[in-house]
Design a protein around this ligand. Structure first.
Ligand code: FMN
Length: 167
């Protein structure tokens, strides 16, 4: 199946002997940075992790990121709220950047899992400490990345009842 939004799944088990290269990570980060953002504010930074000990530390501090035990890499999306953006669009901008990473990874045959951090206060504190992220920057999520070692069933589905058609 070539349609990326149909191909993408949250992957929680990876082939731990298959590395993710810096070139692959940069391709994913390029996808992230081509995402739309309000007024092109681009309120994001990224931390790309392949160090085994640090991936294991993520498992220790994030209660739902166990899959980092087998993931070869992770990207931390860091929100940089803009002083010139009183509306606060940054969660949407960072969400768009995240989804671009997930879809580009799917196109490269890589699996991912979006692990939520923002707006959970304790997870923000833990990931901020682990990666020394100073305020006002905010750790937004952790994206586990690797070669899938499972093929979970599709969970998303079309629901016509959720649509209002104006015809
Ligand atoms: C904001 C957000 C936070 C999420 N946090 C986690 C998480 O902490 N751990 C996890 O295993 N999955 C997490 N997920 C993945 C969802 O559980 C998953 O997308 C959903 O069950 C649908 O499955 P699918 O991604 O395979 O379609 C998160 C997804 C989103 C969008």
């Amino acid at each position: 199946m070539n349609v990326l939004f149909e191909k993408r799944r949250s992957i929680r088990k990876y082939q731990s002997d298959k590395p993710v290269t810096k070139e692959q990570l940069n391709r994913l980060l390029e996808a992230a940075m081509l995402a739309p953002s309000a007024c092109n504010s681009r309120p994001w930074e990224f931390i790309a992790v392949t160090r085994r000990e640090t991936l294991d530390e993520i498992v220790r501090v994030h209660p739902y990121a166990m899959m980092c035990q087998t993931a070869a890499a992770a990207i931390i999306v860091v929100a940089v709220p803009q002083t010139g953006d009183p509306v606060g669009y940054f969660p949407q901008d960072c969400g768009a950047a995240t989804q671009n990473i997930l879809l580009e990874a799917a196109s490269m045959g890589l699996g991912t899992c979006w692990c939520g951090v923002y707006p959970r206060e304790q997870r923000i504190i833990s990931i901020r400490q682990l990666f020394n992220i100073p305020e006002p920057k905010i750790p937004f999520n952790v994206i586990a990345i690797g070669t899938p070692d499972e093929a979970p069933e599709r969970r998303g589905f079309f629901e016509e009842s959720k649509v209002s058609y104006i015809e």
